[in-house]
Design a protein around this ligand. Structure first.
Ligand SMILES: NC(=O)c1ccc[n+]([C@@H]2O[C@H](COP(=O)([O-])OP(=O)(O)OC[C@H]3O[C@@H](n4cnc5c(N)ncnc54)[C@H](O)[C@@H]3O)[C@@H](O)[C@H]2O)c1
Length: 360
């Protein structure tokens, strides 16, 4: 059983503030809400609906994910802390109006300490149902004032991070003439291809889903296709952009990676701690995943105020400056960018969070 009071943490930073187990037997709801930090404001993070094999597995996941959200939200410049929730079950079979509404009542009971949104297994339509019992919901449908598909700004943000990486490695913030491999051309990946082609990059793609590949090739017949993720990492590339699943950088892929830069949308790209150092030792510049893929959370956070696309896009454009700042700090402090990003996030949580100690 994960130790909640001594949950996964680094250094001297605080541990989870609050972990709530929620059960409604009649609807079958079994959920865990984890609030890692409210130092910067109400915690924000999506609801993952997943058939976890055990309660322990669900708890470990929500503890990890909520901590990750605190760091992501801090570096996205949001006045929001980090939280996340999991619902244990198979979304295809177990999801019901009663269950989502029961969940909404538990989120409401936290009185704004936690804002929920979509994640794996939950959709904007589900958030509309949750919102019938709860005010602290974002990521809703356009019909209900929501912002719609978050992958638009996620892809835009990843592209901004990639421009910052290109500037650091090659001196100019453009991918023109570079060969970029996009692994996974789903919602985010295919939009990233658009940005890259517009900027003049040569693009290589792969996807396990043939229809996803065909969609890209229909618009861009010039895009090269490689067989699979294994072939992608070995291909002669300037930039490798993992936009499928997490964990693609591990002890097998890092030694054979041909690219000089890694920058993509996938969450948790580093399979385990220490991979960031191996990348740095090989001279590969890694743009931390949670920094460059924060366009989506910037979008749902904007929705809390009443969505304005231009305002959200302007904030997502800031991912370029944040990524540059991280590379500069990494170089100054002689640490990999992933470590520099964590330090910058912790600094903001501590410096800005401290201000709440001033009594108003
Ligand atoms: N959508 C967002 O706003 C957002 C925000 C932050 C992070 N992310 C992360 O970015 C990644 C992509 O998200 P998405 O919304 O585009 O998801 P998606 O499901 O639309 O796309 C993922 C694509 O990867 C493909 N894929 C799966 N396994 C693969 C493999 N082994 N090799 C090659 N391709 C494979 C899938 O077929 C699919 O086309 C995910 O890791 C997600 O967690 C997404």
């Amino acid at each position: 059983m994960p130790n909640v009071f001594g949950a996964p943490h680094k250094g001297t930073e605080p541990r989870h503030e609050q972990v709530v187990f929620c059960q409604d037997e009649a609807s079958g709801l079994r959920a865990i809400i984890a609030v890692y930090s409210t130092a910067l404001g109400p915690s924000l993070g999506g609801t993952r609906f997943y058939p976890y094999g055990s309660e322990e597995e669900a708890l470990a996941d929500v503890l990890n994910l909520s901590r990750g959200m605190a760091y992501k939200n801090a570096l996205a410049g949001l006045d929001l802390g980090g939280g996340k929730a999991v619902i244990i079950g198979d979304p295809a079979k177990d999801k019901s109006e009663a269950m989502l509404r029961a969940y909404g009542r538990f989120v409401q009971s936290l009185n704004g300490r936690y804002y929920t949104a979509c994640d794996v297994g939950t959709f904007s339509e589900d958030m509309d149902i949750v919102a019938r019992e709860c005010r602290f919901v974002t990521g809703r449908t356009v019909a209900h004032g929501g912002a719609g598909d978050s992958s638009i700004l996620t892809a835009f943000g990843v592209f901004q991070g990639m421009r910052a990486a290109a500037e650091t490695v090659w001196g100019r913030p453009t991918l023109r003439g570079r060969r970029v491999g996009v692994e996974g051309v789903g919602k985010v990946g295919h939009r990233l291809v658009e940005h890259l082609r517009e900027d003049g990059a040569d693009v290589v793609i792969c996807d396990v889903d043939e229809t996803a590949v065909d969609r890209v090739r229909a618009l861009h017949p010039e895009v090269e296709v490689v067989a699979d993720a294994g072939a992608m990492v070995r291909t002669e590339l300037d930039v490798y952009a993992p936009c499928a699943l997490g964990g693609s950088l591990d002890d097998d892929t890092v030694p054979v990676l041909a690219a000089k830069v890694v920058c993509g949308a996938a969450n948790n790209q580093l399979a385990h701690p220490g991979v960031e150092k191996r990348l740095a030792d090989r001279g590969v510049l890694y743009a931390p995943d949670y920094v460059v893929n924060s366009g989506g959370v910037i979008q749902v956070a904007d929705e809390i105020e009443g969505f304005n696309f231009d305002r959200a896009k302007a904030r997502a454009a800031g991912i370029y400056d944040t990524t540059r700042k991280i590379f500069a700090l990494a170089s100054d402090e002689g640490v990999p960018p992933a470590v520099a990003a964590d330090r910058l996030a912790e600094r903001r949580m501590s410096e800005v969070g401290r201000l709440r100690g001033i009594l108003l």
